[in-house]
Design a protein around this ligand. Structure first.
Ligand code: ATP
Ligand code: MG
Length: 561
């Protein structure tokens, strides 16, 4: 299907303003940004905000955005995560061209720079344990204490650092620390650790190294090596910026990047912490990293969220320095906006109730024309089979209808979408008295859904032919956590919603027997759905992407009026 994507609204923010000013005032002639994931988990919707920002700025200002794996901790990192992250960034619609980098590509250069720092007496090898270093660090109100090893000679430090690298010492025996200021009000400047001993094979460098740089030592220097101009990260790194600058100013780096911070994305009814997401997977609360309830990009994709909707959500929420929590309804609204325009309409039944059309010939099947998308005339029509036995939604019938219930009831006429008007004549019950079948008649003059005499039933129902419909497993998804602020009462896992996934067995029109993964459709009146990779020939599995009820849009309308 080819549908024009409307251009995103023109937006600016404080980071784009800085970039524009840097270009205008000649501080830079070309813009380079980067997205720096650590390959220790899957990307989530928060990362999407950062990806859209970094790649978006590069595109808007004619610059480049690098994809750089921050692979400095071999214990937690895996090639599988690297592959998945690349696939997710591509799926989201961004391209790093030839600018795929790894912090591990710079291990040699970083080591030399560490030696430079030792030579200029700005780094030392410390024999304190991790616990002792923590004890010496002080607090926000108390200065730290200097390590007894702080005044080692340059020669001794060079010798020990080389032997650390040579593999002479076990994990944790020694670290390399920057010599900054143990009394600094900024804890990150109290002689931060630059290198750790970790005897572990690295996915890319294998056994070449047994010392690894910390995030702080790798990040800014990697930016400088790549000529990054604007190193954009989330607010928790604001306190690291003085160290970022101290290192770049202390080393003979080839360029001078600057770090800017923005507020991370928080969303209601979910969690955006890799650690918690990992627990959800490992403890079996979900079907995996790509469970359709997960806020991971792989989960959202499996749920049927189009990349375009995620990008427009990122534009919509903007970028600022104020921490906030975004209503998940805002994301869902952005997704519905795209799906309403693009999703083909289909018929399906979640909770079937059989209807027999008594005056319709047995064995006859008519192929009726149904509109694929009322929002998009170019989407055309399809045929749906109509026959004597149908299924309608059990919900659409009441034997004893309350006042505002206009759907089917005994003696009442309704329209079947794109088909005929039918009137309910009788009900059939099972031994327990439950209605299991409706006996109806149809009006052959209403073929296509309009009556020559102009009468208009108050309700239009969706339906499928019992003879031709395909049985389908349908997974109804809802928010993973039942409260907007999961864990606020210190029971995060207790806040998991017991109804976040409800599996039902229904029927879908025959065209959906072959629907392919990645194509989100609208089941009329029910919501958006997409085929799940668990589908097997003859056994389609559909995920409910979203219902049609846009509570966010309604709230907006109410506030606006
Ligand atoms: P951790 O560092 O705890 O493993 P992380 O979510 O920070 O988790 P990274 O792989 O380091 O994971 O993140 C890559 C980039 O994505 C970073 O620049 C980070 O600032 C950004 N990012 C992470 N979470 C969010 C979020 N919720 N909103 C916006 N940006 C985010
Ligand atoms: Mg991080």
């Amino acid at each position: 299907m080819s549908i024009e994507t409307p251009p995103p609204p023109e937006r600016t923010d404080f980071i784009r303003d800085i970039v524009a000013a840097d270009l205008r005032e000649g501080r830079h002639t070309a813009i380079v940004t980067r997205f720096p994931p650590e390959p220790n988990g899957y990307l989530h919707i928060g990362h999407a905000k950062s990806i859209c920002l970094n790649f978006g700025i590069a595109a808007e200002f004619g610059g480049q955005c690098n994809l750089r794996f921050d692979d400095t901790n071999p214990v937690k990192e895996e090639q599988a995560y690297i592959d998945a992250i690349e696939a997710d960034v591509r799926w989201l619609g961004f391209d790093w061209g030839e600018h795929l980098h790894y912090a591990s590509d710079y291990f040699g250069q970083l080591y030399e720079w560490a030696v430079d720092l030792i030579r200029s007496d700005r780094a030392y090898v410390d024999d304190l344990s991790a616990d002792e270093i923590r004890e010496h660090r002080g607090t926000l109100t108390e200065p730290g204490r200097e390590s007894p090893w702080r005044d080692r000679s340059v020669e001794e430090n060079l010798d020990l650092f080389e032997r650390m690298r040579g593999g002479e010492f076990p994990n944790g025996a020694r670290v390399l620390r920057a010599k900054v200021d143990m009394a600094s009000p900024n804890l990150n400047l109290r002689d931060p650790v630059l290198y750790r001993i970790v005897h572990a094979a690295h996915p890319r460098t294998g056994d070449a190294w047994c010392i690894y740089p910390t995030y702080d030592f790798a990040h800014g220097q990697s930016d400088a090596i790549e000529g990054v101009t604007h190193s954009i990260c989330t607010l928790e790194f604001e306190n690291h910026r003085p160290l970022y600058d101290w290192l770049l100013d202390s080393l003979p780096v080839p360029s001078r990047p600057h770090q800017y911070e923005f507020a991370r994305l928080n969303l209601t009814n979910t969690v955006l912490s890799k650690r918690v997401l990992l627990r959800l997977v490992n403890e079996g609360h979900v079907r995996g990293w790509d469970d359709p309830r997960m806020p991971t990009l792989s989960g959202l994709r499996r749920r049927g969220f189009p990349a375009e909707g995620i990008r427009s959500f990122a534009t919509e929420i903007g970028v600022s320095r104020n921490d906030s929590v975004v209503e998940v309804g805002v994301l869902e609204h952005a997704i519905r906006n795209v799906l309403n325009r693009t999703a083909p309409r289909r018929f399906g039944i979640l909770d079937p109730l059989k209807v027999i059309i008594e005056n319709y010939p047995e064995g006859q099947v008519e192929e009726l024309q149904a509109i694929n998308n009322p929002e998009d005339a170019s989407a055309g029509t399809r045929t749906v089979p109509f026959s004597r036995e149908l299924y309608i939604e059990a919900d659409d019938f009441r034997e004893d209808p309350p006042p505002k219930f206009f759907r089917l009831a005994p003696g009442r006429e309704v329209r079947l979408r794109s088909a005929y008007f039918i009137t309910c004549r009788d009900v059939v019950r099972d031994a327990d008295g439950k209605v299991v079948e409706l006996r109806c008649t149809y009006d052959p003059a209403t073929r296509g859904g309009d009556a020559p005499d102009g009468r208009r039933p108050k309700a239009t129902l969706h339906w499928v032919s019992a003879a031709r419909a395909v049985p389908a497993e349908i997974r109804l998804y809802d928010h993973l956590f039942s409260r907007p602020d999961p864990g606020a009462d210190d029971d995060l896992f207790g806040d998991l919603s017991p109804t976040s996934e409800v599996v039902v067995h229904g029927f879908v029109e025959p065209s959906l027997a072959e629907a392919s993964v990645g194509e989100t459709i609208q089941l009329e009146r029910l919501g958006y759905f997409c085929p799940d990779p668990d589908s097997r020939p003859g056994h389609p599995v559909l995920n409910r992407t979203l219902t049609l009820k846009d509570t966010w849009a309604r709230l907006q309308a109410r506030l606006g009026s």
